[in-house]
Write a protein that binds this ligand. Structure first.
Ligand SMILES: [Zn+2]
Length: 369
């Protein structure tokens, strides 16, 4: 059985056939989402290795491979209870972004694209650079000038042209869009629905790693929400295929210096609040105007989870605790664990539940800090 995918617009309900170069709704310029059908209820694995094993549940493409592993799970004793971490930093460029960029870039190559433009807070730039290098596609990335030097150098070393933009993440996006307006192909991890198709594999791997019995709750960092929403889509796919009855509760965590979605959740709003970004150590989650914030809020509510924020001190403390366990992550990646205490004290998590934390990015990327 071959799965089929279609794109649709969240705003105006337009339906569009799957095409990797279409990054927004042609009718209203809104963000596109995707739906899948015909997924084999046995969750066929191809044996291709890593997330490519789930090829039968992905759109048709020739995979660009960089030796992606199934990211390992590691058990921690976290203040007296067990927490399982999924170590996304084990992916080829050291962050979960490889899931989305591998799928997006493979399909762009199949489509004959020779050059792409993207904007990023750092990790996606390095990841896209790697897959573009593999594909022979030229890659221009726009990053805020304050991005971690190691992330910019990583992207440059992988052959990308890195453009440093003074200002915020939004300013970097504006600069990239100028090239897109002139005709460049936009490989935006925030806009492209195919990126979310790729991050679904986070959940598919978990399903196998837990022999079909998923954890009670999953905590993860949320900036643009691309891992969060992909993980949610993966849960929907498993549920539609009849492989799970109940979804784990999804908890998204933002730094208090930039928490437009968590603040909206606290006020029971359906879309992110206007937020004036302050400095935070969690640079990867510093997205003041998250495009898919409303979808993140819906996924929280549907799974019975929540959005919360934590201060920099708690983030650095969680990062340090992880390091004492031998796991080095960047501050952004420690957001999920940093929220465990407050989720427990507000009774959102109980001590006997199995909690999984996504560790989204490697600590080597921010060692200068
Ligand atoms: Zn539309």
């Amino acid at each position: 059985v071959k799965s089929s995918y279609r794109l649709f617009c969240d705003r105006c309900d337009s339906e569009i056939p799957l095409d990797p170069i279409v990054w927004r709704c042609p009718a209203c310029n809104g963000p596109l989402d995707f739906a899948s059908a015909g997924l084999d209820p046995l969750l066929d694995r191809s044996g291709a290795g890593g997330f490519w094993d789930y090829g039968p549940w992905l759109p048709e493409m020739n995979p660009l491979r960089l030796g992606e592993p199934v990211t390992p799970t590691v058990e921690l004793d976290w203040k007296g209870t067990k927490i399982v971490c999924k170590v996304e930093s084990a992916l080829p460029t050291g962050s979960f972004k490889d899931r989305g960029n591998a799928i997006l870039t493979s399909m762009l190559r199949d489509r004959g694209v020779r050059g792409v433009v993207e904007d990023s807070s750092g990790n996606s730039a390095a990841s896209l650079a790697a897959y573009c290098a593999r594909a022979g596609i030229s890659c221009d990335v726009f990053v805020p000038a304050a991005t971690s030097p190691a992330k910019m150098r990583q992207a440059e070393a992988l052959g990308a042209s890195v453009h440093r933009v003074e200002g915020t993440r939004q300013d970097a996006a504006r600069a990239a869009r100028q090239l897109v307006d002139e005709g460049a192909t936009y490989a935006s991890h925030v806009w492209s629905p195919l990126f979310l198709v790729g991050t679904q594999t986070f959940t598919f791997e978990l399903f196998d790693q837990f022999q079909g019995r998923l954890p009670d709750a999953i905590v993860m960092p949320v900036g643009a929400g691309t891992l969060f929403l992909g993980a949610y889509h993966g849960l929907v796919a498993l549920k539609n295929a009849g492989l799970i009855k109940r979804m784990p509760r999804l908890y998204g965590v933002q730094p208090s210096g930039c928490s437009p979605i968590a603040d909206a959740f606290a006020r029971q709003l359906s879309s992110p609040v206007e937020f004036h970004q302050r400095a935070t150590v969690a640079e990867g989650a510093a997205i003041a105007r998250p495009l898919r914030g409303a979808s993140v809020l819906r996924a929280c509510v549907e799974t019975g989870g929540a959005m919360v924020s934590v201060d920099d001190e708690s983030i650095l403390e969680a990062q340090h605790q992880l390091a004492l366990n031998g796991i080095l992550v960047e501050p952004t990646a420690a957001l999920g664990l940093a929220a465990v205490d407050c989720l427990r004290s507000s009774q959102r998590l109980t001590r006997d539940e199995l909690v999984l934390a996504a560790l989204t990015g490697h600590g080597l990327k921010t060692l200068h800090a």
